[in-house]
Design a protein around this ligand. Structure first.
Ligand SMILES: [Fe+2]
Ligand SMILES: [Fe+2]
Length: 508
Protein backbone atom coordinates (compact mmCIF):
# COMPACT_ATOMS: atom_id res chain seq x y z
CA UNK A 1 0.00 0.00 0.00
CA UNK A 2 1.52 3.26 -1.07
CA UNK A 3 -0.73 5.53 1.03
CA UNK A 4 1.62 6.28 3.87
CA UNK A 5 1.17 6.73 7.59
CA UNK A 6 1.98 10.25 8.65
CA UNK A 7 5.36 10.77 10.25
CA UNK A 8 5.68 12.70 13.50
CA UNK A 9 9.12 13.72 14.67
CA UNK A 10 9.39 14.32 18.43
CA UNK A 11 12.34 16.14 19.99
CA UNK A 12 12.81 16.24 23.75
CA UNK A 13 15.81 15.79 26.04
CA UNK A 14 13.62 13.99 28.59
CA UNK A 15 13.12 10.32 27.61
CA UNK A 16 9.94 10.13 29.64
CA UNK A 17 8.32 12.88 27.54
CA UNK A 18 9.27 11.08 24.34
CA UNK A 19 7.74 7.86 25.65
CA UNK A 20 4.55 9.65 26.53
CA UNK A 21 4.25 11.19 23.06
CA UNK A 22 4.91 7.85 21.42
CA UNK A 23 2.29 6.21 23.62
CA UNK A 24 -0.36 8.64 22.51
CA UNK A 25 0.53 8.93 18.80
CA UNK A 26 1.45 5.41 17.74
CA UNK A 27 -1.86 3.72 18.59
CA UNK A 28 -3.58 6.46 16.59
CA UNK A 29 -1.93 5.52 13.33
CA UNK A 30 1.14 7.76 13.26
CA UNK A 31 4.73 6.77 12.61
CA UNK A 32 6.76 8.29 15.41
CA UNK A 33 10.46 9.16 15.31
CA UNK A 34 12.08 10.10 18.61
CA UNK A 35 15.19 12.26 18.96
CA UNK A 36 16.94 13.64 22.04
CA UNK A 37 18.29 16.95 20.73
CA UNK A 38 18.09 19.60 18.01
CA UNK A 39 20.98 18.45 15.82
CA UNK A 40 19.63 14.88 15.67
CA UNK A 41 16.22 16.25 14.71
CA UNK A 42 17.72 18.35 11.90
CA UNK A 43 19.52 15.29 10.59
CA UNK A 44 16.26 13.35 10.44
CA UNK A 45 14.51 16.19 8.63
CA UNK A 46 17.26 16.37 6.02
CA UNK A 47 17.12 12.61 5.55
CA UNK A 48 13.42 11.87 5.21
CA UNK A 49 10.08 13.59 4.70
CA UNK A 50 8.41 14.57 7.99
CA UNK A 51 4.79 15.60 8.35
CA UNK A 52 4.95 17.39 11.69
CA UNK A 53 7.50 18.25 14.37
CA UNK A 54 6.78 18.27 18.13
CA UNK A 55 9.59 20.30 19.58
CA UNK A 56 10.63 20.79 23.19
CA UNK A 57 11.75 24.33 23.99
CA UNK A 58 14.19 23.88 26.85
CA UNK A 59 17.01 21.64 25.73
CA UNK A 60 20.76 21.77 26.38
CA UNK A 61 22.99 22.96 23.47
CA UNK A 62 20.49 24.08 20.86
CA UNK A 63 17.13 25.16 22.27
CA UNK A 64 13.78 24.70 20.55
CA UNK A 65 13.65 28.29 19.28
CA UNK A 66 16.87 27.87 17.39
CA UNK A 67 15.85 24.54 15.86
CA UNK A 68 12.60 26.19 14.83
CA UNK A 69 14.39 29.15 13.26
CA UNK A 70 16.72 26.88 11.26
CA UNK A 71 13.83 24.83 9.88
CA UNK A 72 11.64 27.79 9.05
CA UNK A 73 14.59 29.53 7.44
CA UNK A 74 15.05 26.72 4.93
CA UNK A 75 12.89 26.82 1.80
CA UNK A 76 12.81 23.02 1.60
CA UNK A 77 11.51 22.43 5.14
CA UNK A 78 9.58 25.54 5.97
CA UNK A 79 6.23 23.87 5.28
CA UNK A 80 6.70 21.31 8.09
CA UNK A 81 4.38 22.42 10.90
CA UNK A 82 6.07 22.86 14.27
CA UNK A 83 4.38 22.50 17.64
CA UNK A 84 6.46 23.83 20.50
CA UNK A 85 6.12 21.88 23.71
CA UNK A 86 6.81 23.85 26.79
CA UNK A 87 6.29 23.92 30.48
CA UNK A 88 6.52 27.65 30.23
CA UNK A 89 3.30 29.52 30.23
CA UNK A 90 4.78 32.96 30.09
CA UNK A 91 3.41 35.12 27.33
CA UNK A 92 6.89 36.23 26.29
CA UNK A 93 7.95 32.68 25.59
CA UNK A 94 5.01 32.12 23.31
CA UNK A 95 5.81 35.33 21.45
CA UNK A 96 9.38 34.16 21.08
CA UNK A 97 8.07 30.88 19.65
CA UNK A 98 5.78 32.65 17.19
CA UNK A 99 8.67 34.84 16.10
CA UNK A 100 10.78 31.74 15.50
CA UNK A 101 7.99 30.50 13.22
CA UNK A 102 6.15 27.88 15.30
CA UNK A 103 2.56 27.15 14.34
CA UNK A 104 1.23 25.89 17.68
CA UNK A 105 2.00 25.34 21.38
CA UNK A 106 1.36 22.50 23.76
CA UNK A 107 1.90 22.73 27.47
CA UNK A 108 3.41 20.14 29.69
CA UNK A 109 2.03 18.04 31.28
CA UNK A 110 0.32 16.82 28.11
CA UNK A 111 -3.35 16.53 27.62
CA UNK A 112 -3.52 13.51 25.29
CA UNK A 113 -6.63 14.56 23.42
CA UNK A 114 -5.19 18.00 22.89
CA UNK A 115 -1.94 16.54 21.47
CA UNK A 116 -3.93 14.39 19.04
CA UNK A 117 -6.27 17.18 18.02
CA UNK A 118 -3.45 19.63 17.32
CA UNK A 119 -1.39 17.06 15.39
CA UNK A 120 -4.38 16.08 13.28
CA UNK A 121 -5.33 19.65 12.50
CA UNK A 122 -1.80 20.74 11.58
CA UNK A 123 -1.21 17.71 9.35
CA UNK A 124 -4.45 18.50 7.55
CA UNK A 125 -3.25 22.05 7.08
CA UNK A 126 0.06 20.83 5.70
CA UNK A 127 -1.75 18.54 3.27
CA UNK A 128 -3.80 21.44 1.97
CA UNK A 129 -0.68 23.51 1.67
CA UNK A 130 1.11 20.76 -0.22
CA UNK A 131 -1.83 20.36 -2.56
CA UNK A 132 -1.81 24.04 -3.30
CA UNK A 133 1.89 23.90 -3.97
CA UNK A 134 1.40 20.89 -6.24
CA UNK A 135 -1.41 22.61 -8.11
CA UNK A 136 0.91 25.51 -8.75
CA UNK A 137 3.56 23.11 -10.03
CA UNK A 138 0.97 21.39 -12.24
CA UNK A 139 0.09 24.69 -13.86
CA UNK A 140 3.75 25.49 -14.40
CA UNK A 141 4.27 22.03 -15.91
CA UNK A 142 1.27 22.20 -18.18
CA UNK A 143 2.44 25.53 -19.51
CA UNK A 144 5.99 24.26 -19.90
CA UNK A 145 4.81 21.13 -21.65
CA UNK A 146 2.51 23.14 -23.93
CA UNK A 147 5.34 25.50 -24.82
CA UNK A 148 7.70 22.65 -25.62
CA UNK A 149 5.09 20.76 -27.59
CA UNK A 150 4.51 23.80 -29.78
CA UNK A 151 8.21 24.49 -30.17
CA UNK A 152 9.00 20.97 -31.37
CA UNK A 153 5.70 20.43 -33.17
CA UNK A 154 6.27 19.00 -36.62
CA UNK A 155 2.84 18.69 -38.20
CA UNK A 156 4.01 16.49 -41.06
CA UNK A 157 5.77 14.09 -38.73
CA UNK A 158 3.61 14.13 -35.61
CA UNK A 159 3.45 10.94 -33.66
CA UNK A 160 0.84 10.59 -30.90
CA UNK A 161 2.78 7.86 -29.13
CA UNK A 162 5.88 10.08 -28.87
CA UNK A 163 3.78 12.92 -27.58
CA UNK A 164 2.15 10.75 -24.90
CA UNK A 165 5.58 9.28 -24.07
CA UNK A 166 6.91 12.71 -23.31
CA UNK A 167 3.99 13.54 -21.00
CA UNK A 168 4.48 10.32 -19.11
CA UNK A 169 8.22 10.69 -18.90
CA UNK A 170 7.71 14.07 -17.39
CA UNK A 171 5.04 12.90 -14.96
CA UNK A 172 6.90 9.79 -13.81
CA UNK A 173 10.21 11.56 -13.44
CA UNK A 174 8.58 13.99 -11.11
CA UNK A 175 7.47 11.05 -9.06
CA UNK A 176 11.07 10.52 -8.06
CA UNK A 177 10.95 13.86 -6.31
CA UNK A 178 7.35 13.92 -5.26
CA UNK A 179 5.64 10.77 -4.10
CA UNK A 180 2.23 12.32 -4.62
CA UNK A 181 2.50 11.69 -8.36
CA UNK A 182 1.34 8.52 -10.09
CA UNK A 183 3.97 5.79 -10.19
CA UNK A 184 2.52 3.77 -13.00
CA UNK A 185 0.85 4.47 -16.35
CA UNK A 186 -0.95 2.17 -18.73
CA UNK A 187 -1.66 3.63 -22.16
CA UNK A 188 -3.57 2.29 -25.15
CA UNK A 189 -3.44 3.97 -28.55
CA UNK A 190 -5.85 2.93 -31.27
CA UNK A 191 -4.46 2.92 -34.78
CA UNK A 192 -7.79 3.77 -36.33
CA UNK A 193 -6.71 2.97 -39.87
CA UNK A 194 -5.81 -0.58 -38.88
CA UNK A 195 -8.34 -0.69 -36.08
CA UNK A 196 -5.76 -2.17 -33.75
CA UNK A 197 -4.78 -1.11 -30.27
CA UNK A 198 -1.30 -0.87 -28.93
CA UNK A 199 -0.93 -1.01 -25.13
CA UNK A 200 2.10 0.05 -23.12
CA UNK A 201 2.87 0.10 -19.41
CA UNK A 202 5.30 2.67 -17.99
CA UNK A 203 6.98 2.35 -14.62
CA UNK A 204 9.77 4.12 -12.85
CA UNK A 205 12.38 1.54 -11.86
CA UNK A 206 16.01 1.98 -10.84
CA UNK A 207 16.03 5.60 -11.92
CA UNK A 208 14.78 4.65 -15.39
CA UNK A 209 11.42 4.61 -16.99
CA UNK A 210 10.62 1.07 -17.89
CA UNK A 211 8.30 0.66 -20.82
CA UNK A 212 6.75 -2.70 -21.52
CA UNK A 213 4.09 -3.95 -23.85
CA UNK A 214 0.78 -4.59 -22.21
CA UNK A 215 -1.98 -7.03 -23.13
CA UNK A 216 -3.07 -6.03 -26.62
CA UNK A 217 -6.67 -6.98 -25.91
CA UNK A 218 -6.99 -4.71 -22.89
CA UNK A 219 -9.54 -2.44 -24.55
CA UNK A 220 -11.96 -5.37 -24.63
CA UNK A 221 -12.12 -5.13 -20.85
CA UNK A 222 -12.98 -1.44 -20.90
CA UNK A 223 -16.15 0.54 -21.52
CA UNK A 224 -14.65 2.49 -24.47
CA UNK A 225 -17.00 5.34 -25.34
CA UNK A 226 -18.26 5.93 -28.86
CA UNK A 227 -16.14 7.92 -31.26
CA UNK A 228 -16.08 11.59 -30.32
CA UNK A 229 -16.97 10.93 -26.67
CA UNK A 230 -14.59 10.79 -23.73
CA UNK A 231 -14.84 9.31 -20.29
CA UNK A 232 -12.84 10.74 -17.41
CA UNK A 233 -12.93 9.08 -13.99
CA UNK A 234 -11.21 8.78 -10.63
CA UNK A 235 -11.18 5.59 -8.61
CA UNK A 236 -9.92 5.10 -5.07
CA UNK A 237 -9.28 1.72 -3.45
CA UNK A 238 -12.87 1.33 -2.28
CA UNK A 239 -14.28 1.98 -5.78
CA UNK A 240 -11.98 -0.43 -7.56
CA UNK A 241 -13.65 -3.76 -6.86
CA UNK A 242 -17.10 -2.72 -7.88
CA UNK A 243 -15.81 -0.86 -10.92
CA UNK A 244 -16.86 -2.20 -14.33
CA UNK A 245 -13.14 -2.15 -15.12
CA UNK A 246 -12.26 -4.59 -12.30
CA UNK A 247 -10.95 -7.19 -14.79
CA UNK A 248 -8.71 -4.64 -16.39
CA UNK A 249 -7.23 -3.76 -12.99
CA UNK A 250 -6.72 -7.47 -12.27
CA UNK A 251 -4.62 -7.63 -15.44
CA UNK A 252 -2.40 -4.82 -14.21
CA UNK A 253 -2.05 -6.51 -10.83
CA UNK A 254 -0.89 -9.71 -12.56
CA UNK A 255 2.03 -7.95 -14.24
CA UNK A 256 2.81 -5.40 -11.68
CA UNK A 257 1.64 -4.77 -8.18
CA UNK A 258 -1.16 -3.60 -5.96
CA UNK A 259 -3.24 -0.72 -7.21
CA UNK A 260 -4.30 1.92 -4.73
CA UNK A 261 -6.05 4.36 -7.00
CA UNK A 262 -6.46 5.37 -10.62
CA UNK A 263 -7.25 8.36 -12.76
CA UNK A 264 -8.35 7.46 -16.23
CA UNK A 265 -9.15 8.93 -19.59
CA UNK A 266 -10.99 6.76 -22.11
CA UNK A 267 -11.83 7.50 -25.73
CA UNK A 268 -12.04 5.52 -28.93
CA UNK A 269 -8.60 6.81 -29.92
CA UNK A 270 -6.69 6.81 -26.68
CA UNK A 271 -6.91 5.39 -23.16
CA UNK A 272 -4.66 6.52 -20.33
CA UNK A 273 -4.56 5.17 -16.79
CA UNK A 274 -2.46 7.01 -14.22
CA UNK A 275 -2.13 4.75 -11.21
CA UNK A 276 -0.96 4.83 -7.62
CA UNK A 277 -0.88 8.44 -6.67
CA UNK A 278 0.41 8.94 -3.13
CA UNK A 279 -2.95 10.32 -2.03
CA UNK A 280 -6.63 9.63 -2.56
CA UNK A 281 -7.35 10.85 -6.07
CA UNK A 282 -9.89 13.54 -6.84
CA UNK A 283 -11.44 15.34 -9.77
CA UNK A 284 -8.51 17.70 -9.59
CA UNK A 285 -6.10 14.90 -10.63
CA UNK A 286 -8.46 13.94 -13.43
CA UNK A 287 -8.51 17.44 -14.81
CA UNK A 288 -4.70 17.67 -14.78
CA UNK A 289 -4.49 14.41 -16.75
CA UNK A 290 -7.23 15.59 -19.07
CA UNK A 291 -5.37 18.81 -19.78
CA UNK A 292 -2.24 16.97 -20.84
CA UNK A 293 -4.21 14.58 -23.03
CA UNK A 294 -6.21 17.36 -24.65
CA UNK A 295 -3.01 19.18 -25.58
CA UNK A 296 -1.65 16.05 -27.27
CA UNK A 297 -4.88 15.29 -29.08
CA UNK A 298 -5.15 18.88 -30.24
CA UNK A 299 -1.70 18.64 -31.80
CA UNK A 300 -2.65 15.33 -33.40
CA UNK A 301 -5.77 16.86 -34.88
CA UNK A 302 -3.84 19.86 -36.14
CA UNK A 303 -1.22 17.59 -37.61
CA UNK A 304 -3.74 15.50 -39.54
CA UNK A 305 -5.30 18.66 -40.97
CA UNK A 306 -1.90 19.96 -42.06
CA UNK A 307 -1.02 16.54 -43.44
CA UNK A 308 -4.19 16.50 -45.49
CA UNK A 309 -3.35 19.86 -47.03
CA UNK A 310 0.19 18.68 -47.63
CA UNK A 311 -1.07 15.53 -49.39
CA UNK A 312 -3.36 17.63 -51.56
CA UNK A 313 -0.44 19.91 -52.46
CA UNK A 314 1.70 16.94 -53.52
CA UNK A 315 -1.16 15.44 -55.44
CA UNK A 316 -1.61 18.65 -57.41
CA UNK A 317 2.10 18.88 -58.18
CA UNK A 318 1.97 15.37 -59.66
CA UNK A 319 -1.21 16.21 -61.57
CA UNK A 320 0.43 19.23 -63.15
CA UNK A 321 3.52 17.19 -64.01
CA UNK A 322 1.35 14.54 -65.66
CA UNK A 323 -0.60 17.14 -67.61
CA UNK A 324 2.66 18.22 -69.24
CA UNK A 325 3.44 14.67 -70.34
CA UNK A 326 0.49 14.41 -72.67
CA UNK A 327 2.35 15.63 -75.74
CA UNK A 328 5.72 14.35 -74.70
CA UNK A 329 7.48 11.17 -75.55
CA UNK A 330 8.67 10.92 -71.92
CA UNK A 331 5.65 9.23 -70.46
CA UNK A 332 4.95 6.51 -67.99
CA UNK A 333 6.95 6.91 -64.88
CA UNK A 334 9.73 9.14 -66.25
CA UNK A 335 8.87 12.05 -63.95
CA UNK A 336 8.56 9.83 -60.88
CA UNK A 337 11.86 8.11 -61.63
CA UNK A 338 13.64 11.44 -62.11
CA UNK A 339 12.32 12.58 -58.71
CA UNK A 340 13.66 9.39 -57.12
CA UNK A 341 17.13 9.70 -58.70
CA UNK A 342 17.29 13.29 -57.45
CA UNK A 343 16.40 12.06 -53.98
CA UNK A 344 19.28 9.56 -54.09
CA UNK A 345 21.81 12.19 -55.15
CA UNK A 346 20.55 14.74 -52.59
CA UNK A 347 20.81 12.15 -49.83
CA UNK A 348 24.34 11.28 -50.89
CA UNK A 349 25.30 14.98 -50.90
CA UNK A 350 24.07 15.23 -47.30
CA UNK A 351 21.27 17.71 -48.01
CA UNK A 352 18.71 18.16 -45.23
CA UNK A 353 15.43 16.24 -45.10
CA UNK A 354 13.40 19.19 -46.31
CA UNK A 355 15.58 19.60 -49.41
CA UNK A 356 15.47 15.86 -50.14
CA UNK A 357 11.71 15.71 -49.81
CA UNK A 358 11.24 18.86 -51.91
CA UNK A 359 13.50 17.85 -54.79
CA UNK A 360 11.94 14.40 -54.97
CA UNK A 361 8.53 15.99 -55.44
CA UNK A 362 9.32 19.12 -57.42
CA UNK A 363 11.77 17.55 -59.89
CA UNK A 364 8.67 16.00 -61.45
CA UNK A 365 7.78 19.45 -62.82
CA UNK A 366 11.00 19.90 -64.81
CA UNK A 367 9.33 19.66 -68.21
CA UNK A 368 6.01 21.27 -67.33
CA UNK A 369 6.80 24.03 -69.86
CA UNK A 370 6.30 21.51 -72.66
CA UNK A 371 2.58 22.21 -72.31
CA UNK A 372 3.38 25.26 -74.48
CA UNK A 373 5.60 23.45 -76.99
CA UNK A 374 3.77 22.48 -80.19
CA UNK A 375 3.23 18.68 -80.34
CA UNK A 376 4.63 18.50 -83.86
CA UNK A 377 7.97 19.65 -82.48
CA UNK A 378 7.83 17.36 -79.44
CA UNK A 379 6.90 14.32 -81.53
CA UNK A 380 8.88 15.09 -84.66
CA UNK A 381 10.63 11.89 -85.72
CA UNK A 382 13.52 13.57 -87.55
CA UNK A 383 16.02 16.27 -86.68
CA UNK A 384 14.66 19.62 -85.55
CA UNK A 385 15.29 22.69 -87.66
CA UNK A 386 17.09 25.53 -85.95
CA UNK A 387 13.82 27.44 -85.50
CA UNK A 388 12.25 24.36 -83.98
CA UNK A 389 15.22 24.06 -81.63
CA UNK A 390 14.77 27.64 -80.52
CA UNK A 391 11.13 26.86 -79.74
CA UNK A 392 12.01 23.59 -78.04
CA UNK A 393 14.50 25.24 -75.71
CA UNK A 394 11.84 27.65 -74.53
CA UNK A 395 10.12 24.92 -72.52
CA UNK A 396 12.53 25.81 -69.70
CA UNK A 397 11.34 29.42 -69.59
CA UNK A 398 7.69 28.48 -70.05
CA UNK A 399 8.02 25.99 -67.19
CA UNK A 400 9.35 28.58 -64.77
CA UNK A 401 6.55 30.93 -65.84
CA UNK A 402 3.80 28.35 -65.32
CA UNK A 403 5.13 27.45 -61.89
CA UNK A 404 5.32 31.12 -60.96
CA UNK A 405 6.90 32.61 -57.89
CA UNK A 406 5.19 30.98 -54.95
CA UNK A 407 7.84 30.24 -52.31
CA UNK A 408 6.62 26.67 -51.85
CA UNK A 409 7.44 25.99 -55.51
CA UNK A 410 10.69 27.93 -55.66
CA UNK A 411 12.73 24.80 -56.24
CA UNK A 412 10.39 23.60 -59.00
CA UNK A 413 10.77 26.94 -60.81
CA UNK A 414 14.58 26.74 -60.54
CA UNK A 415 14.52 23.17 -61.80
CA UNK A 416 12.31 23.99 -64.80
CA UNK A 417 14.53 26.94 -65.72
CA UNK A 418 17.93 25.27 -65.27
CA UNK A 419 17.57 21.52 -65.90
CA UNK A 420 19.24 21.87 -69.32
CA UNK A 421 22.07 24.14 -68.15
CA UNK A 422 25.51 22.52 -68.16
CA UNK A 423 28.45 22.89 -65.78
CA UNK A 424 30.77 23.97 -68.64
CA UNK A 425 28.33 26.66 -69.78
CA UNK A 426 27.22 24.88 -72.96
CA UNK A 427 23.59 24.42 -71.89
CA UNK A 428 20.40 26.44 -72.29
CA UNK A 429 18.41 28.69 -71.90
CA UNK A 430 20.94 31.08 -70.33
CA UNK A 431 24.28 29.29 -70.76
CA UNK A 432 24.91 29.41 -67.02
CA UNK A 433 28.02 27.62 -65.79
CA UNK A 434 29.42 26.14 -62.59
CA UNK A 435 27.79 27.32 -59.40
CA UNK A 436 25.67 29.85 -61.25
CA UNK A 437 23.43 26.87 -61.80
CA UNK A 438 21.48 26.19 -58.60
CA UNK A 439 22.31 22.87 -56.95
CA UNK A 440 18.85 21.45 -57.74
CA UNK A 441 19.43 22.20 -61.45
CA UNK A 442 22.81 20.45 -61.35
CA UNK A 443 21.30 17.42 -59.62
CA UNK A 444 18.38 16.99 -62.00
CA UNK A 445 20.46 17.35 -65.16
CA UNK A 446 22.23 14.06 -64.48
CA UNK A 447 18.99 12.36 -63.34
CA UNK A 448 17.06 13.48 -66.44
CA UNK A 449 19.79 12.43 -68.86
CA UNK A 450 20.24 9.05 -67.16
CA UNK A 451 16.55 8.30 -67.58
CA UNK A 452 16.43 9.60 -71.17
CA UNK A 453 19.35 7.33 -72.10
CA UNK A 454 17.70 4.29 -70.51
CA UNK A 455 14.61 4.76 -72.71
CA UNK A 456 14.26 4.41 -76.47
CA UNK A 457 13.85 7.60 -78.47
CA UNK A 458 12.95 8.14 -82.11
CA UNK A 459 16.61 8.86 -82.74
CA UNK A 460 18.19 6.22 -80.43
CA UNK A 461 17.61 2.83 -78.85
CA UNK A 462 17.23 2.22 -75.09
CA UNK A 463 20.58 1.71 -73.37
CA UNK A 464 21.20 -0.67 -70.52
CA UNK A 465 22.48 0.54 -67.15
CA UNK A 466 26.09 -0.16 -67.97
CA UNK A 467 26.13 1.65 -71.33
CA UNK A 468 24.22 4.56 -69.81
CA UNK A 469 26.67 5.04 -66.95
CA UNK A 470 29.58 4.75 -69.38
CA UNK A 471 28.12 7.50 -71.56
CA UNK A 472 27.63 9.79 -68.55
CA UNK A 473 31.00 9.08 -66.94
CA UNK A 474 33.11 9.01 -70.10
CA UNK A 475 31.03 10.91 -72.64
CA UNK A 476 29.86 9.94 -76.15
CA UNK A 477 30.28 13.19 -78.03
CA UNK A 478 26.77 14.42 -77.24
CA UNK A 479 26.95 13.89 -73.49
CA UNK A 480 30.23 14.93 -71.87
CA UNK A 481 31.49 14.62 -68.28
CA UNK A 482 32.25 18.35 -68.40
CA UNK A 483 28.48 18.96 -68.49
CA UNK A 484 28.18 17.92 -64.86
CA UNK A 485 29.36 19.10 -61.47
CA UNK A 486 32.14 16.72 -60.34
CA UNK A 487 30.50 16.27 -56.92
CA UNK A 488 27.32 15.12 -58.57
CA UNK A 489 29.15 12.79 -60.95
CA UNK A 490 30.70 11.24 -57.85
CA UNK A 491 27.27 10.90 -56.21
CA UNK A 492 25.98 9.26 -59.38
CA UNK A 493 28.93 6.90 -59.62
CA UNK A 494 28.57 5.82 -56.00
CA UNK A 495 24.88 5.10 -56.47
CA UNK A 496 24.76 3.38 -59.86
CA UNK A 497 23.06 0.32 -58.45
CA UNK A 498 20.31 2.40 -56.82
CA UNK A 499 19.68 4.21 -60.11
CA UNK A 500 19.38 0.80 -61.78
CA UNK A 501 16.99 -0.44 -59.08
CA UNK A 502 14.76 2.63 -59.35
CA UNK A 503 14.61 2.28 -63.13
CA UNK A 504 13.63 -1.40 -62.85
CA UNK A 505 11.13 -0.77 -60.08
CA UNK A 506 9.35 2.02 -61.95
CA UNK A 507 9.80 1.16 -65.59
CA UNK A 508 6.60 2.13 -67.31
FE1 LIG B 1 13.48 19.35 -70.41
FE1 LIG C 1 12.69 14.81 -68.46
Amino acid sequence: MKLKRKKVLCVDDEPINLQLLEAVLKPNGYDVILTRNGSEALEVIRREPIDILLLDVMMPDMDGYEVCRIIKGDEKFRNIPIVMITALTEKDDRIKGIEAGAEEFLSKPFNFSEVLARVKMLIKMKELNDRLHMAYKDIVNLTKYGGMAIQYFNPVNFNLKNSIDSIINQAIRQQEKNDERPELFVVGINDEKKNSWHWTMYRFLDRHIKEQEFDAKSHELLPIPESGMTHLAVLNAKDMKKSEMAHFFDKIRETSRAIDNAVLYLSSKLCIFALNYGHDVSDYDASVLNNFVVQSLFLKHLSSQVQETEDAFEYLVYSLARAAEINDEDTGNHIIRVGRYCEVIAEYLGMDDKFIHTIKLQATLHDVGKIHTPPEILKKPGKLTSDEWVEMKKHTIYGAKIIGDHYRLGMAANIARTHHEKWDGSGYPHGLSGEEIPIEGRIISIADIYDALRNARVYKPAFDAETTSKIILEGDGRVLPSHFDARIIKAFKENLSRFGEIYEELRG
